[in-house]
Ligand binder design. Structure first.
Ligand code: BGP
Length: 473
C-alpha cells in the first residue's frame, strides 16, 4: 500500500448506544434507540461494556496505533431530561474518555447525535417532527462545546440524516397515512437540517478553531444498463438519496430537482422566514462519509407499484427486498459485485466514485467516518479470530481512498473504519460484527466480555505503522 500524508488521521469509529452499555447508570435515561433495537437481539443495557472498560479499550487503541477515535456522546447521559439540568456524572465520563484519548495522542472526533434522541423529547413533542427540538438541540450542543470544546477539534453534528429518512427503522414517524407520512418526512428533514445548521453556527461562534460537519450515509447509485431510461432512473435516485442532502449541507440550497419532486408530491416542508439564511450560514467545514456499499437501480414501468425496502436483519443471504419508488426507480442487484451475508454489495471502487462525485462538485475536505464489513466471526479454541474477509474488504477500500487522493486530487484527511471494537449492530445485534477487537459475548450470553485482537487488528496496525513516522509499539 503506497503511503498516506503524515498528518492523515488513522481512526476507528463507534457510537454510544452500540458500545457503552450502562444505559440506565449514573443518571442516564433511555433514548429512542435503546427502545427500538430489535428485541430478538442483544439490547443496549450492557453492549460491549465500554462505559466500564474504556481505559482498557483505549490501551488497545494505542496498541493498534490509532491517531483518531470517532465516538458519539449520548444526549441522555449529559441531559437526562433532554434539556435543563446537566448530569455531572455524564460529563465526567466523557471528560475522562477524552482526556485518556489525548494522553495517548489520539484525536477525539465527536459525533453529537447518533440516532439516540432522549425518549422524553420524543414523547413530549414528537422529537424531530416539531421545531421545539431546535432550541433543545442547540442547548445540548452548547453544553458539549462548553464542556469539551477546549479539547475536541473535530465535531460531527448528525449521523446519517439521509438514512434516517430513507431507511424504515432509524427514526420514529408519527404519521401513518402514506401521504401525511411523506409530508412528515420532508418536514422532519427540514427541521433536522435547521438543527444541524444551528449547531454548525454555534460551533463556529464558540470554537473558532474547531471543524464541524455532518456524517452522511452514502451509497453511489448505478444504472442497471446503458438504456437511457435506466440512466435517468439512476440519476434521479442519486438526487433523491444523496445530492438532496449534500446540497443542503454544502450549499444551503434545496436542489431544483428536489424542489420539483416535493411540489409534485405535495410534500414541501414549511419554510419559515430566515430558515434558508440559517441553512446557508451553517455550512459545514468538511463532510464525514459513512460508506459501506453501492446501489443499482433500473427504471420502472407504469405497472410497478411503490414498495418499501425490507432489510435483511437475519444474515440469511437473499432476504433483502429492494425498494420501488413509484415512477422513479426500483432497486436491483449488481451482477458485478459480491455481497456479504446481509446482502450489502461490496464495492471498493464505489468509494472512489463517491469521493469523486462529492469532491468534484463541492470541493470540501472529506473524511471517511465509517467503512467496514459486517460478518459472523469465529473465536477459535486458541482465542484467535481469522477475519481475512474483513482485511480484504478494508484493504481494497483503503486502496481506493489512496487512488482518489493521488490520482483524482481529492482531499481526504482521515479514515475511521467501522468499528473499533465489536458492538451491537443497529439492525442485527452481536451476530453481525465489525470490530478490530472481538468482544466475547453473544446476543443471549453476556459472558465476561473479554477482548481479543482479531487478525484485522494486526493488519491495520501494520498499515498505520508503515504510514506513521516514529510510531513504535
Ligand atoms: C450505520 C450506522 C452505524 C452502524 C452501521 C452498520 O448506518 O451509522 O451506527 O450501525 O451503519 O449498520 P448495521 O449495524 O445495521 O450493520
Amino acid at each position: 500500500m503506497p503511503s498516506f500524508p503524515n498528518e492523515f488521521l488513522w481512526g476507528a469509529a463507534t457510537a454510544a448506544y452500540q458500545v457503552e452499555g450502562a444505559y440506565l447508570e449514573d443518571g442516564k435515561t433511555l433514548s429512542v434507540v435503546d427502545e427500538s433495537i430489535a428485541p430478538e437481539y442483544a439490547d443496549t443495557s450492557i453492549a460491549s461494556d465500554h462505559y466500564h472498560r474504556f481505559e482498557e479499550d483505549i490501551r488497545l487503541m494505542k496498541e493498534l496505533g490509532l491517531t483518531a477515535y470517532r465516538f458519539s456522546i449520548a444526549w441522555t447521559r449529559i441531559l437526562p431530561d433532554g434539556r435543563g439540568k446537566i448530569n455531572q456524572a455524564g460529563v465526567d465520563f466523557y471528560t475522562q474518555l477524552i482526556d485518556e484519548l489525548l494522553k495517548n495522542k489520539i484525536e477525539p472526533i465527536v459525533t453529537i447525535y447518533h440516532f439516540d434522541l432522549p425518549v422524553v423529547l420524543q414523547e413530549e413533542y414528537g422529537g424531530f417532527s416539531s421545531r421545539k427540538i431546535i432550541p433543545d438541540f442547540i442547548e445540548y450542543c452548547r453544553v458539549l462545546f462548553e464542556q469539551f470544546g477546549d479539547r475536541v477539534k473535530y465535531w460531527l453534528t448528525i449521523n446519517e440524516q439521509s438514512n434516517m429518512f430513507l431507511l424504515p427503522y432509524l427514526i420514529t414517524f408519527t404519521e401513518e397515512n402514506e401521504q401525511s407520512l411523506l409530508k412528515q418526512k420532508y418536514e422532519m428533514n427540514h427541521i433536522m437540517t435547521l438543527a444541524h445548521a444551528s449547531a454548525v453556527k454555534l460551533c463556529h461562534q464558540l470554537l473558532p478553531d474547531a471543524k464541524i460537519g455532518p456524517a452522511i450515509g452514502i451509497s453511489p447509485v448505478y444504472p442497471k444498463t446503458c438504456d437511457p431510461k435506466d440512466i435517468l432512473a439512476a440519476e434521479k435516485a442519486e438526487e433523491l438519496r444523496n445530492t438532496f442532502f449534500l446540497e443542503l449541507y454544502c450549499k444551503g440550497n434545496y436542489l431544483p430537482a428536489m424542489q420539483a419532486y416535493m411540489r409534485e408530491h405535495d410534500c414541501q416542508p414549511t419554510i419559515e422566514a430566515g430558515d434558508m439564511e440559517l441553512i446557508k450560514e451553517g455550512r459545514c467545514d468538511f463532510l464525514g462519509l459513512n460508506y459501506y456499499d453501492s446501489k443499482t437501480v433500473e427504471h420502472v414501468t407504469a405497472y410497478d407499484r411503490g414498495k418499501e425496502l425490507v432489510i435483511n436483519k437475519s444474515g440469511e443471504v437473499g432476504s433483502t427486498e429492494k425498494e420501488v419508488i413509484e415512477g422513479i426507480y426500483k432497486g436491483c442487484n449488481n451482477p458485478y459485485l459480491d455481497r456479504n451475508d446481509w446482502d450489502w454489495e461490496i464495492d471498493p471502487e464505489g468509494l472512489r466514485i463517491t469521493l469523486n462525485r462529492i469532491y468534484q462538485r463541492y470541493e470540501v475536505p472529506l473524511i471517511i467516518t465509517e467503512n467496514g464489513l459486517g460478518a459472523v466471526d469465529t473465536l477459535t479454541v486458541d482465542k484467535q479470530i481469522h477475519d481475512e474477509y474483513r482485511i480484504d474488504y478494508l484493504k481494497k477500500h483503503l486502496e481506493q481512498v489512496h487512488l482518489a487522493m493521488v490520482q483524482d486530487g481529492i482531499e481526504v484527511f482521515g479514515f475511521c473504519p467501522w468499528s473499533f471494537i465489536d458492538l451491537i449492530s443497529t439492525t442485527s445485534g452481536f451476530r453481525k460484527r465489525y470490530g478490530f477487537v472481538y468482544v466475547d459475548r453473544t446476543d443471549t450470553e453476556i459472558k465476561e466480555l473479554i477482548r481479543y485482537k482479531k487478525d484485522s487488528f494486526y493488519w491495520y496496525q501494520g498499515v498505520i505503522r508503515r504510514n506513521r513516522k516514529g510510531f513504535e509499539l
